[in-house]
Design a protein around this ligand. Structure first.
Ligand code: SF4
Length: 361
């Protein structure tokens, strides 16, 4: 019988397993507590469970735990390259702000979306991450922060490697488990899903009705240019994308964030800024201007500080809500997918011994 990863289970699913094992339901809460409040990855150390239950749980389930392959630290950023059970490498980035920590997670190994400026998509998508593999990124970093008496993670951003809405079911399950007040207790409003513009996914999320933040990578104010930078635009052009965004805002009642990476000579002129204001007329949104992190093999370059300031000021002068994201971690190859590319040539990383946690006692 194949064992299931215990962190792929909702609390209700775990309760069913516990009841099937003839144990009282409160044991599920004890296990939940060990997993999501104490970051434990061995049944043997769950000291308030009877030894027989620990053994039977380990026969049916396992607890995953990633292996740290590389950790790079800059002033405001820590980047982790983590290895999964099948040897694949994924990236997770902790961003340290003055009063909070935000964690940027991967949702797939690689990505199928082929955005031109992105290292994650080199080599295409290898596979989706499971719910457990997303939770493990939070738990791994949270455990490290705890051990240093540091601030906890208070925001989670699904903006690392992969397109979250292309792995919809696992991502939604992850969000519900992350939100569970008896576990990690992350408010929906502190979770951001970033998409390159998968319209059916945005529509599903609208139906889901949870007040997470939606961030959409726009990067161009017209279809011709967006087709060039983001091939997904050929399938879901701006008219369809913005219609889905408007519906999201209307139903969920929250404004959305539009990400706009400035690329020198490509999308950064005042004419582009003017087109952008027209395109976004009457949409409740916030624009996040992002400096380009150049990647090897792509000749896109970041816009100059003068051009960037001019672009931002133009939008602000027309009453748009705009922030300019500061550059974080460029020195540590922080653009998503870069560390994995450097280390693992874009695919599986050699060392694939099983890691984690089976029953150790
Ligand atoms: S930017 Fe996001 S959606 Fe586009 S290729 Fe990179 S990871 Fe995929």
């Amino acid at each position: 019988m194949q064992r299931v990863n215990i962190k792929d289970l909702t609390r209700q699913e775990l309760e069913h397993i516990i009841t099937d094992l003839g144990e009282p339901g409160y044991r599920a809460q004890q296990i939940w507590d060990w997993l999501y409040r104490k970051y434990m990855f061995s049944f043997a150390n769950m000291s308030n469970l009877p030894p027989g239950l620990r053994k039977r749980l380990a026969d049916k389930t396992f607890i995953s735990w990633p292996r740290l392959l590389k950790r790079q630290e800059a002033e405001d950023t820590i980047k982790y390259l983590l290895q999964l059970r099948d040897g694949q490498g994924i990236e997770t980035v902790l961003m340290r702000y003055r009063s909070w920590h935000s964690l940027c997670l991967s949702t797939q190994v690689g990505c199928a979306m082929a955005c031109k400026f992105c290292a994650s998509t080199r080599g295409g998508k290898l596979r989706d991450l499971s719910t457990a593999e997303m939770l493990d990124q939070v738990l791994f970093v949270q455990r490290e922060l705890n051990s240093k008496g540091d601030k906890p993670i208070t925001r989670v951003v699904l903006m690392g490697m992969g397109e979250p809405l292309d792995n919809y079911e696992n991502v939604i399950k992850f969000i519900y488990i992350l939100h569970d007040p008896d576990g990690l207790n992350m408010g929906f409003r502190r979770i951001t899903i970033s998409t390159c513009g998968l319209v059916p996914g945005i529509m599903k999320l609208t139906q889901e009705g949870i007040p997470v933040n939606l961030a959409v990578s726009l990067h161009a104010p017209d279809n011709k240019l967006r087709d060039k930078i983001m091939p997904i635009n050929k399938r879901y052009p701006l008219e369809k994308l913005l219609k889905a965004c408007r519906e999201y805002v209307e139903v969920i009642g929250r404004r959305i964030t539009l990400e706009y990476t400035l690329i020198a000579g490509m999308n950064d002129s005042l004419k582009h800024a003017e087109e952008l204001t027209r395109l976004l007329d009457n949409l409740s949104c916030h624009i996040n201007i992002i400096p380009l992190n150049p990647i090897p093999g792509c000749d896109y370059r970041p816009s100059s500080p003068k051009t960037t300031t001019g672009f931002v000021n133009y939008l602000r002068a027309r009453g748009m809500s705009v922030t300019q994201r500061r550059e974080m971690g460029q020195s540590i190859t922080a653009a998503c997918g870069q560390l994995r590319l450097v280390r693992g040539k874009g695919g599986r990383i050699d060392n694939s011994e099983g890691q984690g946690n089976d029953y150790l006692g």
